[in-house]
Ligand binder design. Sequence first.
Ligand code: RB5
Length: 151
Amino acid sequence: MTNFKLAIACDHGGYELKQEILAYLDKEGIAYEDFGCDSTASVNYPVYASKVCKAIQSGDCTRGILVCGTGIGMSMAANKHRGIRAACCSDTFSARMTRMHNDANVLCLGGRVVGAGLALDMVKLFIETEFEGGGRHTERVAMLAEIENEQ
Ligand code: RB5
């Protein structure tokens, strides 16, 4: 986890949950950059998804967390970015498996879907779980990149 840095952002629907996540990251001493938004005033989620994805694409941040009302809009926007593998999760099994099998680099959460306790468990798993690698998973992740290149 040397040099590990998280990029995090939300829209108005995810603002309150993002505040809980920031408090958790502070408590655990996990490095992060917060790309907004900064209140519950209405904003457009694709703008914030792009900020986090660009920070990962540039290598400035290792992984990202995006929070909107459902997590769905953020995941749709994030997955439009080259090299981004975003997973919208509402359970801890998926949050762990998407790291192990998909090498997901962005976790999307719904602030109106999951409570803070469950969300923080998912955040912990998403940060701590490593990609399993090995033949088949590496090949499948490479196939995702091939699809991107065909577009
Ligand atoms: C905002 O009302 C809501 O649409 C947004 O937070 C998100 O859930 C979109 O997917």
